[in-house]
Write a protein that binds this ligand. Structure first.
Ligand code: NAP
Length: 334
């Protein structure tokens, strides 16, 4: 059995690092696990604008500041790809790909965020990394003076299209409706940009090319007319799929797969909380991710105070519970 913690935080994005800051301040022994370095989606974002107190800050700098702040209060940050979370009366268990034995903590806060949704168009998978991208900040610079397309109409699509005009000679935004859902400010900026052309009411039916992406087959959903758009690359921003498939036992999810919590951010699995983009909620911004995380961390602190010694098992009980947990894991991963 790996070392025990008061709280394990799954994910080191804004929510995870904020939760770690607060549990650290409460002197809880805190481990943060992430399959990549700290920062989460901040690292895929060039500029964060209008986060209270910061008119503008790069995603990388914000990630670094969040990390340093969390570490200052003693949180331990480690690499770990979490594959499974489960719970018994007193303990929560977190299994990672890297460790043969699960980690164990009194509480877990799941801040695992999510991943870009795929379009599902033929050619998308085939050309992934060869002209199909889900991250403008990572790949934009490879497309100097090329014609690009962005698919989607949300904040990400419209914001990243504007970012891509730094490199591209022209950027089409292909959107399936006749209005964006992106915030007005981002829309205004895109509409004012002479390099951006919006292709309204349209979907991508196929991504094609030879070695790399060369064209998109685009269909107008109102008229049914199809045509080819010659592009050197396509950036897909059609939403977000939560990383919520970590629970051994059924956990309450909303119809889109986001984790449902109560007002303390506790999930339907006892002692397991959720915060940030993985949680079912109305808005997904950094500001409310850090708000969720604060609530979760305070709720965990109170829960552990209330639990006190009540959940202190005898050594026999501890051994038995550990055995049960390990056996169940062994059955799951024969
Ligand atoms: P989103 O808001 O869910 O937008 C997804 C877009 O993709 C929508 O325009 C949607 O069209 C379109 N779409 C979905 N499935 C599609 C398909 N199969 N084919 C074509 N188009 C499809 O996702 P997001 O832009 O990634 O944003 C996620 C969250 O992060 C949001 O809450 C957003 O506010 C937040 N965010 C904020 C900022 C910022 O404030 N600067 C930046 C980035 C993200 P419909 O509109 O027709 O549904």
């Amino acid at each position: 059995m790996a070392k025990d913690y008061d709280v394990i935080i799954v994910g080191a994005g804004p929510a995870g690092l904020t939760a770690a800051l607060y549990t650290g301040r409460a002197k809880l022994n805190t481990l943060v696990l992430d399959r990549m370095g700290p920062g989460g989606q901040l690292l895929n974002t060039e500029l964060i604008e209008d986060y209270t107190g910061f008119k503008s800050i790069t995603g990388a700098e914000m990630a670094q500041r969040f990390e340093e702040h969390a570490r200052e209060f003693g949180a331990q940050l480690d690499y770990g790809t979490v594959t499974e979370i489960w719970s018994d009366r007193c303990w929560r268990y977190v299994r990672t790909e890297e460790e043969s034995e699960p980690y164990r903590a009194r509480a877990v806060i799941v801040c695992s965020g999510g991943e870009p949704r795929k379009l599902g168009a033929p050619g998308e998978k085939e050309f992934a990394g060869r002209g199909v991208s889900y991250c403008a900040i990572c790949d934009g610079a490879f497309y100097k003076d090329e014609v690009l397309a962005v698919v989607g109409g949300g904040d990400s699509a419209v914001e990243e299209a504007t970012f891509l005009t730094r490199y591209a000679s022209k950027v089409y935004i292909i959107h399936r409706r006749d209005e964006f859902r992106a915030t007005k400010l981002l829309q205004q900026r895109a509409f004012a940009n002479p390099k951006i052309e919006v292709v309204w009411d349209s979907v991508v039916d196929r991504v094609g090319g030879t070695e790399t992406v060369g064209w998109l087959e685009v269909r107008n959903v109102k008229t049914g007319a199809t045509g080819r758009l010659d592009v050197g690359g396509v950036f897909i921003y059609v939403g977000f799929r939560p990383n919520s498939e970590l629970f051994r036992d059924p956990v309450k999810l909303d119809p889109l797969g986001f984790i449902v919590t109560d007002e303390k951010m506790e999930t339907s699995t006892i002692g397991v909380f959720a915060a940030g983009d993985v949680r079912s909620q109305f808005v997904r911004q950094i500001t409310n991710a850090v708000g969720d995380a604060t609530t979760a961390a305070v709720a965990v602190t109170r829960m552990l105070e209330a639990m006190g010694d009540e959940c202190q098992e005898t050594p026999e009980e501890l051994e038995r519970e550990t055995e049960v947990a390990l056996q169940a894991t062994a059955e799951q991963y024969p």
